[in-house]
Design a protein around this ligand. Structure first.
Ligand code: SF4
Ligand code: SF4
Length: 457
């Protein structure tokens, strides 16, 4: 059976959780330390507590889980907006059809130009984004765009994984997307609370709550192995949203053998034509609770934040479990080229924004990773999850992170960057526990320095 949200059940789990005493909370947190994840009921208890001691302990455990599973690596990606045509009226989005502005769909030439800029920034992983418009942005256009991106190479630069964030669609269209070799299919539920969803989606196909909610069922039935969920925090009560996300994850896991590959954690922010005063913007403190609860509940699911979060907040959220961020991002259609044409110099225009994020990560002793290995090794869906749940994924993440950072530093770094990155790589090489893997990574790093590329395990 496809995904359904029983709001009364979600509310009753949350209500019951409000009475959880300190002793039970401690026992839930003791279990959380085992890295096996938590049931939705236990997650609800963590979301319900206002006890500073338990919240602090949650943060500590989320940090330990992040450390144990993801170590210091943070995966980098860039969004690529190809069309802002949209037939939906979503109250919180600037692309809403209710907003009047000149809309644009990139030509294949323009898409190649954007991808070229991203390749010259060093990106290997994109999230292709488009509004919903069957006439101006049909599936054939999206498929052609993906093919155009995969088919190009600029020097040593190439996009190795195209994740796709397009509107909920049919099984037939998902099958076509799967056949082009997409990475993760990403779709935000926005809110799992149906009355709120119905109020905020005033017209257009997206108004159909159940069609949107069951999109991942159709996608996975059509062969797409990796799906990425998310909600827009601030549209409705965050406890309800996190619990519903966990129920959705469990549904996918039980039905298809793999829950969410990633969960995106955007916070609502001002968009054109939107009145922020009618929303419950999530405080920094509550957002940290959300991130740590998700990290504890689903330890092996990648968690993504955007660079719209302040550097201070990003730093805290990465410590609590975020594993992917965007770097040097533009959220406009044609935004990378227009930034380049803005009269700025090469580096400022499209190299520095990504480099800034990468340098910032390294300054924080984190390892920026451009890895796309799992998807290309066939480690997707249930195969990925079984490796992840056994705890063995970290044995490949750090080696791949170090090899891709080495590639980045050779191709895009200046002398000072190379010095800093090289020191970080050598410090982290020593942290690879398996001696054979450590030696293989060391050898590959030497090969990359001598001109080898695209080495991964
Ligand atoms: Fe924005 Fe997506 Fe809604 Fe279109 S469907 S208005 S792009 S949120
Ligand atoms: Fe992601 Fe797999 Fe690379 Fe780890 S090894 S960063 S899980 S693609």
């Amino acid at each position: 059976m496809d995904m359904r949200i029983d709001a009364a059940r979600v509310e009753s789990i949350l209500e019951l959780a409000r009475g959880t005493d300190g002793k039970r909370l401690d026992s839930i947190l003791d279990r959380a330390e085992a890295l096996k994840g938590l049931s939705p009921e236990d997650t609800a208890a963590l979301l319900a507590t206002d006890s500073p001691r338990h919240i602090e302990r949650m943060f500590r455990i989320a940090g330990r889980i992040k450390e144990a599973i993801y170590g210091e690596r943070v995966v980098m990606f860039a969004p690529l907006y190809v069309s802002d045509h949209c037939v939906n009226k979503c109250e919180y989005c600037g692309y809403s059809c209710g907003n009047k502005f000149t809309r644009r769909r990139l030509t294949m030439e323009e898409i190649r130009a954007e991808a070229e800029i991203l390749e010259r920034m060093g990106h290997k992983r994109l999230a292709l984004e488009a509004g919903e418009d069957p006439v101006n942005c049909p599936i054939e256009y999206i498929l052609e765009a993906i093919g155009a991106i995969y088919g190009m190479k600029v020097g040593s630069g190439e996009i190795r994984r195209v994740n796709v964030n397009i509107a909920a669609t049919t099984e037939e269209n998902y099958r076509k997307l799967h056949e082009t070799g997409i990475g993760t299919y990403i779709l935000f539920q926005e809110t799992y609370h149906e009355p709120t969803y119905t109020r905020l989606h005033q017209s257009g196909p997206k108004k159909d709550f159940n069609y949107h909610l069951t999109a991942f069922d159709r996608a996975m039935r059509s062969g797409i192995d990796d799906v990425g969920g998310g909600v827009l925090f601030g549209l409705y009560d965050w406890r309800f949203e996190v619990l519903a996300l966990m129920l959705h994850n469990r549904h996918l896991d039980e039905t298809f053998g793999a829950g969410f590959h990633t969960i995106s954690m955007p916070r609502l922010c001002q968009a054109q034509g939107m009145d922020m005063s009618s929303y419950r913007v999530l405080s920094d403190g509550d957002f940290k609770r959300v991130v740590s609860a998700v990290r504890i509940a689903v330890p092996y699911t990648g968690m993504i934040i955007s660079t719209r979060e302040s550097p201070a907040m990003r730093k805290e959220l990465i410590k609590l479990g975020v594993s992917q961020i965007s770097g040097g991002s533009s959220v406009e259609v044609g935004g990378y080229a227009s930034r380049e044409n803005g009269g700025e110099q090469f580096e400022v225009a499209y190299s520095r924004p990504a480099l800034d994020v990468i340098r910032w990560l390294m300054d924080e002793d984190l390892v920026p990773s451009f890895c796309t290995a799992c998807y290309r090794r066939g480690r997707t869906g249930d195969r990925f999850m079984s490796l992840a749940k056994s705890g063995n994924i970290k044995n490949v993440c750090l080696p791949n992170a170090l090899m891709t950072l080495c590639e980045y530093m050779m191709d895009y770094g200046d002398d000072s960057f190379r010095t800093q990155a090289d020191a970080l790589i050598h410090k982290n090489l020593a942290k690879i526990e398996n001696a054979v893997m450590r030696e293989l990574t060391r050898e590959n790093i030497e090969k990359i320095k001598r001109g080898g590329r695209d080495l991964f395990v």
